[in-house]
Ligand binder design. Sequence first.
Ligand code: APR
Ligand code: PHB
Length: 393
Amino acid sequence: MKTQVAIIGAGPSGLLLGQLLHRQGIDTVILEAKTPEYVLSRIRAGVLEYGFVDLMREAGASERMDREGLVHEGFSLDFNGRRERIDMAGLTGGHSVMVYGQTDLTEDLMAIRKTSGAPIIYEAANVQLHDFYTDAPRVTFEHKGEKITLECDYIAGCDGFHGVSRQSAPQDKIRNFERVYPFGWLGLLSDTPPIEEELLYIHNPRGFALCSMRSTTRSRYYLQCSLAEHVEEWSDDRFWSELSLRLPKDIAGQLITGPSLEKSIAPLRSFVAEPMKFGRMFLVGDAAHIVPPTGAKGLNLASSDVYTLYHALRGTYHEGRADLLDKYSEICLRRIWKAERFSWWMTMLLHTFDEDPFSQRIQQAEQDYYTSTVAGRTTIAENYVGLPYEPVV
Ligand code: APR
Ligand code: PHB
């Protein structure tokens, strides 16, 4: 089997990259370890930066997103009952974000891959990457009991944090940066109308809470929880009562509860692997970096990596620009570290830490300063809608 770009992983990164390259006449084969149903069963993020929205349009995959996605021009922060709205559009010259679930987005990209006829192999087992420091990389895998070799020009490692690609890089050539946080997020999805039209991030002595949504009829709520807790200990009733206690008093009565469709606990982590290029193998999305979800940046960082690799590959194949791929890692990492900074900062700003009184006062001063000055609010807004993608030239 032969292709131009072998893509490992059919999450949002792999599927979007595959579709963008397909539209440029560049051949790809996507290898995915799991089944499509499994990929779609993972409930994840739901806020798209405007740059991601534009890239979905460029991929020709935006039809349902443009129809059903909710454009949000602002969101609110609540500090123990003191509420501040961040007017994203007003502070950034008109930029907004799109609320559209990753599950729907993945489904749209899967459907488009199917229509395009470009190959995607699900349940590819024992995927191994070879010879990516030569001009003839190979990927071997097993499918339905058969051993297959895929020859290619380049390998895109879009296989998430636990994938094989990052692990295949020579360990003396990779450096990892990591921070773990002393709490997790307990998330609940329900078919109930969201408590408010916009997202609400809450700092409360009982712990952080977030009121988010997937649509006007489906809500997504999160509670800061201890890492020692198990999801089985959280009945729906316990979740709703704890959320009510953390909500601002003036809106707590408006909360509409209902049975959960999904409930899970996720740890919070910051992680970056450098570099993101190893010969002819490139790390993309969660394979290279993780952010705590507080800034809604995980999926959006995958998108800017895809943008960069797509443009570099297009220039390589269509304009003979062999130099562009050499810039991939540095272009991506400049934006990644800024999003890592923002996600870390939002996490520190909004969560409740078991800390000394001095640190608590500093956190209060940060909350006050950043929301009471135009400069502070602008900083939050421009990071939240997404910093611009760096041109690949
Ligand atoms: N071989 C083939 N596929 C693999 C392998 C492997 N060895 N290991 C993992 N995969 C697949 C996973 O099953 C998954 O479908 O790679 C895919 C990676 O998808 P994601 O984890 O969703 O990562 P990515 O596509 O980079 O998406 C960006 O950022 O913050 C998150 O919520 C956000 O999930 C989103 C992610
Ligand atoms: C979500 O809707 O899942 C969501 C929204 C905003 C965040 C994190 C998660 O910051």
